[in-house]
Design a protein. Structure first.
Length: 150
């Protein structure tokens, strides 16, 4: 197998899984918004803010691609290809799971706001914790990319 093919598998995992996770997380929130709107339609701004949070992990996967694209050349080394495959899989799975779990946290906050509770700020704080791991994964991609030879 050509090394560049391995690298592109890593890129595919990194971007694809992060996009899937964000779509899934945002959908979880959207479902909660539909239910909350029945009880409290005046909190739409709050619902939108909380619903948008899981979309950030997809952006992290996209940014990670830009950090690694300079290495995607036909004559790349097997070392670089394996590194990109590894960090791509790590980034993809971290973003996938963190965005789904963040969507669940935000959905609970949306339901609580819909029920009339003042939990927007607390939900935002709690939603940061799952996202932190996608941010750390992005940092690992950046650090690994900084150590790879061209």
């Amino acid at each position: 197998m050509e090394p560049v093919l391995l690298a592109y598998i890593g890129i595919g995992l990194m971007t694809g899984l992060s996009f899937i996770g964000s779509a899934y997380g945002v959908t979880i929130c959207g479902n909660a918004v539909v239910g909350a709107m029945k009880k409290n339609p005046d909190a739409m701004g709050t619902y939108i803010a909380l619903s948008a949070l899981p979309s950030s992990q997809g952006l992290y996967g996209f940014v990670a691609y830009f950090m690694l694209q300079k290495f995607l050349i036909p004559e790349m080394s097997m070392f670089n290809a394996c590194a990109i495959l590894g960090v791509g899989a790590m980034m993809g799975f971290a973003a996938l799971f963190s965005s789904i779990r963040q969507g669940q946290v935000c959905a609970n906050g949306i339901q609580a706001v819909g029920a009339g509770h003042n939990v927007f700020s607390a939900t935002m704080v709690m939603a940061v914790f799952p996202e932190l791991y996608a941010i750390l994964a992005l940092l690992v991609v950046i650090l690994v990319g900084g150590t790879l030879p061209l």
